[in-house]
Design a protein around this ligand. Structure first.
Ligand SMILES: *Cc1c(COP(=O)(O)O)cnc(C)c1O
Length: 406
């Protein structure tokens, strides 16, 4: 979909070029041969999983040469999310562990996953036995991976049980062990003692088995933060947020030069001049301190624009700051057009800018909402259309704002 054909509606522009740039930034940190598993759970952090997967698997470079894929595998949280990706042609991992207690209810989904060849995550002998039984009934070998808890304490097999679990999996002919992985609790913190400890624990817990089995399975541990701040690359890394161009520290960093892939635009649907003293929005929390030009934008907290930005958010109109005035409502916000007096109905308002140093950057929006960019991204609603754009569409038609730090 071409951005120039979709004005007049709230939309997320997803830059394919930025996405591929971010893959290159990550790749430069990796030893040769280390695979990249792109994390596309939660609809690719709200960016639109089909759009992201398509851009990562079928891309054409600037000279219109078909280049192919940029990453090696995908991971999602649930089986339903894997199904929603459609055919991706790359190994796909379901991160949420199979829970023995829920296998009955999940049986149809598990059969579907086994048939599709998706790797299921397992943390207990009981879950291994369950999956093995379903695999036999399905007539297919099930790919499984083991999640090891190396110190996050948020699910996973504890190290002392891992050897036993791996042996169990080896003994079940209907299972094929494709990976063993763990997750950092402080991956986004440079040189954290617990990160080193987790890495050592993972290594120790898996070395013997890897040696016995000639490392036929993939070991992986690092999320985006881990890629930048550790050398725990093992056979594969699992970046999410960095693919989308957001620094894992949740602050823009010029060292890593990631490019946010998303720009959130919506049209001005009304412009009106109100006299000094006019109350705007629910409960009249903003009263015009002077005669003011007020713009109306059809996006609200139901679309994921945080209500916490009431009276605080900054949007951009024609590159000028247009602060959010009054309450953010469910479907609408009102903005102060004092600095953009020439704005007219139909003009685009930037709600979240792709420039990491913009006053409307995802970092600023998250900070003002007292959360992290991950949450802001995941909450962008389904009414906002995701539109992939190619470099030609991105040539900046909006004036640059001053590059000042906040
Ligand atoms: C979400 C997730 C990731 C990606 O984390 P980022 O910080 O976004 O890079 C990696 N591994 C697991 C297990 C995850 O759940």
């Amino acid at each position: 979909m071409d951005a120039r054909h979709a004005p007049g509606e709230p939309r997320l522009l997803i830059s394919r070029a930025a996405l591929r740039h971010n893959v290159r930034v990550l790749r430069r940190k990796l030893r040769p041969g280390v695979r990249i598993c792109a994390i596309v759970k939660a609809d690719a952090y709200g960016m639109g999983a089909p759009t992201i997967v398509d851009a990562l698997t079928n891309f054409v470079d600037d000279d219109h040469h078909h280049i192919g894929r940029t990453v090696d595998e995908f991971a999602v949280a649930t089986i339903d999310e894997a199904a929603a990706l459609g055919h991706v042609g790359l190994p796909t991992l379901i991160l949420r562990p199979v829970e023995n207690a829920f296998v009955g209810r999940e049986r149809t989904r598990l059969e579907h996953a086994i048939r599709a060849g998706w790797a299921l995550t397992i943390c207990s002998r009981l879950a291994a036995e369950d999956v093995a039984r379903i695999a036999v009934a399905t007539g297919r070998r099930a790919n499984v991976q083991v999640l090891v808890d190396t110190g996050m304490t948020r699910g996973g097999a504890v190290p002392i049980d891992v050897d036993d679990l791996l042996m169990k999996i080896e003994s079940l002919a209907s299972l094929r062990l494709t990976g063993v992985f763990s997750h950092f609790a402080h991956g986004e913190v440079d040189n954290h003692a617990q990160t080193r400890h987790q890495t050592e624990t993972f290594q120790l817990t898996t070395d013997a088995h890897a040696a016995r089995h000639g490392a036929r399975f993939t070991r992986h541990m690092s999320n985006s933060g881990g890629v930048f701040f550790t050398d725990a690359q093992f056979d594969m890394v699992r970046p999410g947020i960095a693919l989308y161009g957001i620094d894992p520290t949740c602050r823009p960093s010029m060292d890593r030069a990631l490019r946010p892939v998303m720009k959130w635009l919506a049209p001005l649907v009304d412009v009106r001049d109100v006299p000094q003293g006019t109350a705007v929005g629910y409960n009249g929390t903003w009263i015009a301190p002077r005669d003011t030009r007020v713009g109306l934008v059809p996006v609200g907290y139901a679309d994921g624009y945080p209500r916490a930005l009431s009276g605080k958010g900054i949007t951009l109109v024609g590159g000028r700051r247009a602060p959010v005035i009054g309450r953010v409502s469910m479907d609408l916000i009102t903005i102060d057009l004092t600095e953009a007096p020439n704005a007219v109905i139909g003009d685009d308002v930037t709600l979240i800018d792709s420039d990491p140093l913009s006053p409307a950057s995802i970092y600023e929006v998250a900070r003002l909402a007292d959360t992290i960019p991950y949450e802001v991204m995941c909450r962008i609603g389904s009414r906002v259309r995701r539109v992939a754009v190619d470099p030609v569409d991105e040539t900046d038609r909006t004036p640059r704002i001053e590059r000042t730090r906040h």
